[in-house]
Design a binder for this molecule. Sequence first.
Ligand code: AQP
Length: 321
Amino acid sequence: MSKLSGITPSGHVHLGNYLGAVRRWAREGGADDLYFVADLHGMTTPHNPAKLRSLAREQLAVLIAAGIDPERVFVQSDLARELGALTWVLECTCNYGEAARMIQFKEKSKGQAGVRLSLLTYPALMAADILLQGADEVPVGEDQRQHVELTRTLAKRFNGTCGEVFTVPHAVLPPAGARVKDLADPTRKMSKSARDAVGVVFALDEPDQIRRKIRRAVTDGGSVPVHAPETRPGMANLLEILAACRGGSPAELADEFTSYGAVKDAVADAVVEELRPVRSQALALLDDVAELDRVRKAGAERARERGSHRLDAALRMIGAN
Ligand code: AQP
């Protein structure tokens, strides 16, 4: 079984990305699993090219610093030629109506003046990401499930009409884990593209910045810590972050403290310690331009080699080459 997971460089990697995804990828990834920085997906809405390029590099450094085997990581645009070609093959397998009914497209295009064509067609690129690598499983949240369903439809259609090339993948729910909330608004999830970074802890924030953000986290009017997500979402979020860093259950951890301030101090210590090695290794990698380039190139070559026979076969079978 091989899994494929990605992270979009729509902003800096934050504590939610780290605790909810990246750390798990590093700890649990199987030998055939692949992880990628989905920078081509970051171009479907208005973007700044230089910023996207630097964020992609930063994310690659964070993934490796977090402990993911560099042999299993690549940057999507390093395979732009292969993915571009396969996306075309899949677009020629997909009906307009199938793409236009994607909920993500409807939601993200709503109210936008110049909707990019790529916003409509990016599910075909996502299908290419998955099918090029022959992934069996794609861990995705509810919002991306429909895209994996479309990938399955396209893979089966191609296999049935042109010839058996693609592994038909399955969407799998990622293991249940706490959804880290924005510290300034605990009713919303922590997000890379949050308008205000005051409630978002980034993996590369300095320890003092992290402490400041956690100390200023919005909590309710109570004074004795309890884990009650419905009525006290701010305190619940802090306890869940503490549990994710230290182990144990948020409710049990709450019993250790008699004041909100003490919880915040403990969370700040735990998060600073959790992120310290990731931050220092990522910064070292970003400084060592030659080493990061070497790792990046090797990752891309492995991913390309892994998928090229499928692309060649698909092109041949659809009538190209
Ligand atoms: N707040 C979160 N708590 C736990 N896990 C989270 N993830 C994202 N936010 C949280 C997980 O991080 C992985 C990579 O995310 P993504 O790049 O696919 O983007 P996203 O899910 O859309 O998350 P962001 O960070 O909020 O980005 P923007 O602001 O661009 O939408 C995924 O596994 C995701 O579940």
